[in-house]
Design a protein around this ligand. Sequence first.
Ligand SMILES: Cc1ncc(COP(=O)(O)O)c(C=O)c1O
Length: 503
Amino acid sequence: MSKARHAAPPGVAASETLDPHDWNDIRAQGHRMLDDMIDYIATIRERPVWQPIPDAVRAEFREKLPRAPSDLADVYRDFTDFVVPYTTGNVHPGFMGWVHGGGSPVGMLAEMLAAGLNANLGGRDHMPIEVERQIVEWTREMFGFPSGASGIFVTGTSMANLMAVLVARTSALGKPSRRQGIGERGALLTAYTSKAAHGCITRAMDIAGLGSDALRSIAVDEFHRIDVAALRAQIACDRAAGLMPFLVVASAGTVDIGAIDDIRAIARLCREEDLWFHVDGAFGALAILSPALAPRLAGIEAADSIALDFHKWGQVPYDAGFLLVRDGEKHRDAFASPAAYLRREARGLAAGSLWPCDLGPDLSRGFRALKTWFTLKTYGADRLGAVIARCCTLARYLEARILAEPRLELLAPVDLNIVCFRYCADDADRINGEIVVNLQESGMAAPSTTVLDGRLAIRAAIVNHRTDVVDIERLVSAVLEFGARRSSSAPGQVGIAEEAIAG
Ligand SMILES: Cc1ncc(COP(=O)(O)O)c(C=O)c1O
């Protein structure tokens, strides 16, 4: 073929691509960014866990829509000056708030590779989809699901739980309900979870059009596990009232204290009652990778669906939520919608149906699977399981330190990796709230709070593979120090800016 050069038509400048004129410039800049981020992770202990964003920084960062180009090096300088010092801090081993994974250098590199490929995993026939299918297979294997199971990456467990409610709803009402709406029968549907379940289950019922009132919050026992007898009684009561129980959501790791429901008993009950059995395993489900912890999840293999986050205990960088569904056909029934522009073929790029867009609400989807694939392959599932078990050992260590310290009080049993405690004081709710804020602002440690039986607790969730004994010790001594100062001063008297320490 001759290489004819075509003149650009009028109005189309030859150089309008966004690619650089000189690839060596961007290569050098890219190498610097990569080195900087590797250094950032390698030296994370030298920085505060978190620090407040000064008003001046917020103000300086704000600007009008940039119409004109800027030099990449200048934009990168803004990133290093304004963004890097003021992140959440969950890469740091002293971060113990909420439930945040620490990420890993391998995941970071994989994310860069994924961005380079810029793959859209909504569908079509390409290898990135096979990578996601590989993760589906591995996750299926982890939980002992049958070969017809399906799975899909989503943002996080909030989304995965919502999708599970939608799959269970369509399974209960039949596929025509997707056209006709939930109708009178839908108004009778009732779902069940424990009082300790994550709030996204309530939200899922609301978003699914079933109403949050249709979710029964069942009492928990002293270990924060759902009271299975009360669950059974509530289902019977609702049936007697002419309602249609359709779904039970068990927690494999409650958000407050990490309690695991009696999954096997709930699975049995769901089988007897013909109910969809979903497990919210946002962080706890991956404990299946630890031989020591896996027995605590016994019965999970009988679930109809499991929601989990690889970005929590799986240490994959955000975001990497996942939904696994036992019956792939039911999963597809809830979401697949034909469209002329999404026609499937036996050959060519439009081959390879079933596509991920048939299994969820998203059509455009990023390559979350790649960082998960790299993480699982590079570290191996056993090593990730060992990290998870170690987090639980550290939680036990913290529990022992609290029990041995008369100025501290343990507020909940330590079942997994979450420790809820507080500094003993009059006006303890106020003082412990201030201790947590002071700790966060000091940069020494970043736990969060929760309220248990009306009492404010300092909550340390050990999720990060970098967290070590030294971080637990630092947390304990800082709580004692801030607690002692707070107890002997009126509110607002303790200056903490000068306390900022890192490492
Ligand atoms: C038990 C539980 N369920 C659901 C969620 C929500 O997960 P995500 O933040 O990934 O949406 C969390 C978050 O911590 C959780 O702990």
